[in-house]
Design a protein around this ligand. Structure first.
Ligand code: UDP
Length: 498
């Protein structure tokens, strides 16, 4: 692949990319980071979203506009009423039930007509669409507009490849017990999972077959794949996934590292529920690498009994911690437990954030020495990029495979030891208790040879992530080639080849 910078004179039109993020924090946030990176790299970018999602990301949008880059944000109405959804239900984190989740996903394709109409009228005409894998309908829009479309994943290639291989080798035709461990086929390393942990796709529940087929069809038709990862993290997985899919994989992440403005990062995804200065002052008062930061992302719902076990495990570990609890997790039972002793007992060494945390800001602070995460890929990549080793507690979707990436492949984390899914299943099990949490925290935070090895590898991989995004780094250069390839007149055969 050639590395080339394209410089646009002021009167030369910039290549125009249209991005359509999925309306979920873990999809929207990385695509906005990608949009800003793409625009800073010399493109015109149009991001299509809905009013609620735009308002949550207002800080990013305003700062992108103020920085003078060529970026447009288009807010289209999402027809909630037509879909039987409550007014303003424009993000999957506020869909009130599993049944309505189906309405939400199926309703996405109602955006096709307004999006196509809007894009047809644009000047300059779009060169290319990059759209979330959930938006299968965008393939038809791109075909109608006669422009290429790429599928966007904020998931690592290791997990994408494992998921592909499990399906390709028909592993689940011979597995009857969903908790039976098996080796993922087609990998150079032994990776053991169960069917419960690693479904052969993202839409495998009964009733989602049609939707899954549409997503797969759009993936096969796409002109390439954009992934939030980087070569030095997983070159072999990138290459193998590329071969498996028969199309070019553009590894141009971690996108968020492009943004060097930490105060801007503090508003990323939503308004923080804590005063940023209070948070930083608290962190400043702690020893380097002494704090455990606990956050399970935007979608995971931690039930009261599990939540209390986490709190008691953190308390008995004796390490300082920042613990993020979502507002809707604070049931009367949790509220009572927090206020009747727990908060008082741990107040000298803890900071509780009830709501949205400025995650990247926290992870970037030198006092943070461990990240207890649900292993959503964005959080995982944020841990990787800031060099913070992880304590893993996956819950669902791609998270168990991401845990294997952290613990078995990269060896930059320890597992709490959760074996079963904890979301979208009817389970009353606690899954891990206070002792499991305490032990995992101490294994990472108490020092010793094994923990030191983990810490050193985490530091090293963090450095590689930052290098990848610097001028001359692999992701930076791939982004240059990407833009060049899709700005029609610059297209050369060798760049887009598998
Ligand atoms: N996030 C955040 N503050 C929070 C919770 C989440 O900034 O309190 C961000 C986090 O930094 C990440 C994204 O939301 O960029 C969550 O994506 P991820 O893939 O980790 O998990 P998901 O929410 O999709 O399960």
């Amino acid at each position: 692949m050639t590395s080339q910078i394209i410089i646009h004179s002021s009167n030369e039109p910039k290549p125009h990319f249209v991005l359509v993020p999925m309306m979920a924090q873990g999809h929207m946030i990385p695509m906005l980071d990608f949009a800003v990176f793409l625009a800073h790299h010399g493109s015109l970018v149009t991001v299509i979203t809905t009013p609620l999602n735009a308002s949550r990301n207002r800080a990013t949008i305003n700062s992108a506009r103020d920085s003078g880059i060529s970026i447009r944000f288009v807010e289209l109405a999402f027809p909630c009423k037509e879909l039987g959804l409550p007014e303003g239900c424009e993000n999957i984190d506020i869909v009130p039930s599993a049944e309505l989740m189906k309405n939400f996903f199926e309703g996405l394709s109602l955006l096709a007509e307004p999006v196509e109409k809007y894009l047809r009228e644009q000047e300059p005409y779009p060169n290319c669409m990059v759209t979330d894998f959930c938006h299968h309908w965008t393939q038809k829009v791109a075909d109608n507009l006669q422009i290429p479309r790429l599928t966007f994943f904020s998931i690592c290639c290791f997990t994408l490849l494992c998921t592909h291989n499990i399906s390709h080798y028909k592993v689940y035709d011979r597995i009857t017990d969903e908790h039976e461990p098996f080796d993922v086929p087609g990998l150079s390393q032994k990776i053991v999972v169960t069917k419960d942990q690693a479904p052969a796709g993202f839409f495998v529940e009964p009733g989602w077959e049609e939707f899954a087929k549409k997503v797969e069809k759009a993936e096969l038709a796409a002109d390439g794949i954009v992934v939030n990862t980087f070569n030095d993290l997983e070159l072999q997985h990138i290459k193998n996934y590329q071969i498996a899919m028969g199309k070019k994989v553009w590894a141009v992440g971690p996108f968020f590292l492009h943004n060097k403005n930490l105060s801007n990062m503090s508003m990323r995804g939503n308004k923080a529920s804590i005063d940023i200065n209070k948070c930083l002052t608290w962190l400043d008062s702690k020893e380097p690498r002494s704090v455990v930061y606990v956050n399970f992302g935007s979608l995971t719902f931690v039930e009261a009994r599990r939540l209390i076990e986490i709190g008691l495990g953190l308390e008995s570990s004796n390490h300082p911690f920042i613990w993020v609890i979502k507002e809707h997790e604070i049931s009367p039972e949790v509220e009572g437990w927090l206020s009747e002793g727990f908060e008082e007992r741990v107040k000298s060494r803890s900071l509780l954030i009830k709501g949205w945390a400025p995650q990247v800001l926290i992870l970037s602070h030198p006092a943070v020495g461990g990240f207890m995460t649900h292993c959503g890929w964005n959080s995982t990549l944020e841990g990787i990029s800031t060099g913070v080793p992880m304590i893993t507690w996956p819950h669902f979707a791609d998270q168990f495979l991401n845990e294997r990436m952290v613990v078995d492949v990269l060896k930059i984390g320890v597992s709490v030891g959760v074996k079963k899914r904890g979301m979208w299943v009817d389970s009353k099990e606690v899954l891990a208790n206070r002792e499991d949490v305490r032990k995992a925290v101490k294994r990472l935070m108490d020092g010793g040879e094994a923990a030191e090895g983990i810490r050193q590898r985490a530091t090293e991989v963090g450095r590689k992530a930052r290098d990848a995004m610097k001028e001359g780094g692999s992701s930076y250069d791939s982004m240059t080639s990407f833009i060049h390839y899709f700005s029609v007149e610059g297209r050369t055969d060798d760049e887009g080849q598998v």
